[in-house]
Design a binder for this molecule. Structure first.
Ligand code: NAG
Ligand code: NAG
Ligand code: NAG
Ligand code: NAG
Ligand code: NAG
Ligand code: NAG
Ligand code: NAG
Ligand code: NAG
Ligand code: NAG
Length: 425
């Protein structure tokens, strides 16, 4: 029997090797190392039945097979996508009814390339027009295996180049899940963001491997690793992310998040925001610990981006500003960078190039109690002589931002920071 590394390790702590491993419960909190989750994660109940997902294997839609296996094995079972089998998902799968069930992905699961169908039928998540191929929600759900979820992204990368208003589905939608472990798992060729986590709590992502580049001249855009929204007590750890946008992004109303031991390459960094884009909305990101990150070939290492109080236009399809809220108690501890434009970038003038205007209408979104420590490495030199910047729109809305033990230089040996309206300690 094949079983994931994490689960094997966890069971190893609790059980003699000869035991029927998949039948025992395990502790999600135990596998969070070296930092522990903000709140203990609920354990996972024993799984006592196994269902195998049948496949056509010839490109015909297998989504009905997935649903029937889930219905059979929900409430205490395990649903297996067999190794060496290819599954095609041609219909949007609503899996928000799950409870105490595992999805073991050993085979190759590919989403169909019918862009018309998916734009019409993918799950509309409203926030930033996000849509997902499927949504997993419920209670105590684990998704893991040596197999792959494949978003068939190429057709989307090419279509997006023709029309930037198409709705590109997110590969993994975790929506309304309380208690779960996702990973180890391989995620490939997502049409846009790889994972969207909303309305969820007590979820551990462990051992996610992300990659998928375009093979045409049309880049794979907006391929964030994770976007967290309206969620609390989430852990993301031990993962490798090769992508072209945020490695991890904390969107509105995300609290108690631990991110540790990631290798990110090609990204826009570990980002809070953007926040404050919509007037009348209150966005909160509070209690985040980001620990031990390796950041390669990126625009940013640690990043906090907040819109100013007045309206600003980043580009024709990205405008905003005027929303309120709070970014508080965010710690970035331990980051090694190589070929990164800014090791640290904090801005309350996101989207507003005219700093006079930004200062005239300071952000209504305060930034407080931020720590950056133990950074080392070499930037790309693109921002020479700066290696970082901390730009607040007014000293009244930025307080207690500390940077210490920042051992970062550019290839030329520069090591400056631009700081406005903030006193660095
Ligand atoms: C989350 O829950 C809220 C409140 O029930 C609901 O309006 C929203 O559609 C849910 N999903 C997302 C992605 O916000
Ligand atoms: C969603 O898409 C519509 C049309 O494509 C666009 O006008 C709108 O600004 C988008 N909304 C967000 C939140 O991005
Ligand atoms: C975020 O939380 C604030 C404060 O509780 C609330 O006012 C706001 O409506 C929430 N926003 C979303 C998108 O859930
Ligand atoms: C930091 O993360 C890397 C994986 O990116 C891991 O190999 C290493 O053991 C971690 N170090 C600590 C101190 O946890
Ligand atoms: C790392 O990112 C760079 C720049 O995006 C890319 O060229 C390279 O292939 C990536 N490395 C891996 C191992 O994917
Ligand atoms: C702030 O975050 C740290 C982790 O960096 C955590 O230990 C602490 O409890 C948080 N503070 C509050 C008030 O939640
Ligand atoms: C960074 O990008 C360069 C050039 O594309 C590539 O050779 C290198 O392997 C990348 N680093 C990582 C860690 O993938
Ligand atoms: C920036 O805004 C100020 C205040 O409105 C205005 O006087 C100035 O011309 C603007 N600068 C540029 C470069 O647009
Ligand atoms: C209130 C205050 O100190 N505002 C300053 C913010 O930073 C800009 C740019 O350095 C200054 O011009 C403002 O005086």
């Amino acid at each position: 029997m094949k079983i994931s590394n994490t689960l094997t390790q966890a069971f190893g702590l609790l059980l003699p090797l000869s035991a029927a491993v998949q039948a025992k419960e395990y502790s999600r909190s135990e596998v969070c190392q070296p930092n522990h989750p903000f709140k203990p994660l609920p354990g996972s109940q024993a799984r006592t039945r196994t269902c195998h997902v049948a496949n056509h294997g010839d490109g015909r839609d297998d989504s009905a097979n997935v649903l029937s296996a889930l219905k059979q094995c929900n409430n205490g079972g395990k649903v297996v996508f067999d190794a060496d089998k290819k599954y095609t998902i041609g219909k949007a799968l609503d899996m928000t009814f799950l409870k105490h069930v595992d999805l073991e992905i050993q085979g190759h699961v590919q989403f169909s390339d019918d862009t018309d169908y998916w734009q019409e039928n993918s799950f509309k998540q409203i926030f930033q027009n996000a849509t997902t191929f499927f949504q997993i929600g419920g209670e105590d759900v684990n998704v893991y295996g040596e197999g792959t979820l494949d978003g068939n992204g190429q057709v989307w990368y090419d279509l997006y180049a023709e029309d930037p208003l198409i709705l590109r589905p997110i590969l993994v939608g975790i929506v309304g899940l309380n208690g779960g472990t996702i990973g180890p798992l391989n995620l490939r060729y997502s049409p846009q963001w790889y994972q969207f986590v909303a309305n969820s709590s007590n979820v551990l992502f462990d051992g996610i491997d992300i990659s998928g580049y375009s093979s045409s001249e049309n880049e794979a855009k907006n391929t964030d690793g994770w976007d967290l929204y309206r969620s609390t007590n989430v852990v993301i750890q031990n993962s490798v992310i090769n992508n072209g946008d945020d490695c991890v992004s904390f969107k509105p109303n995300v609290t108690d998040i631990l991110v540790q031991n990631l290798h990110c390459n090609g990204s826009h960094g570990i980002s809070v925001g953007s926040l404050g884009q919509y007037p009348g909305e209150v966005d909160i990101v509070q209690n985040v610990l980001v620990y031990n990150i390796s950041m390669f070939n990126a625009s940013d290492g640690a990043r906090i981006k907040v819109w100013p109080g007045g309206s600003a236009a980043m580009s024709t399809d990205l405008q905003g500003g005027g929303g309120s809220g709070l970014v508080k108690n965010i710690t970035y501890d331990g980051m090694t960078i190589d070929n990164v434009d800014y090791a640290i970038e904090v801005t309350q003038c996101y989207g507003q190039k005219n700093l006079t205007l930004c200062n005239e209408f300071p952000s209504k979104l305060a930034i407080e109690d931020i720590v950056f420590k133990n950074f080392k490495g070499v930037t790309s030199g693109k921002r020479d002589p700066d290696v970082g910047m901390i730009v607040c729109s007014s000293p009244d809305v930025c307080s207690n931002i500390k940077a210490s033990n920042i051992d970062v230089v550019s290839p030329d040996g520069d090591d400056q920071f631009t700081c406005t309206n903030v006193s660095l300690l």
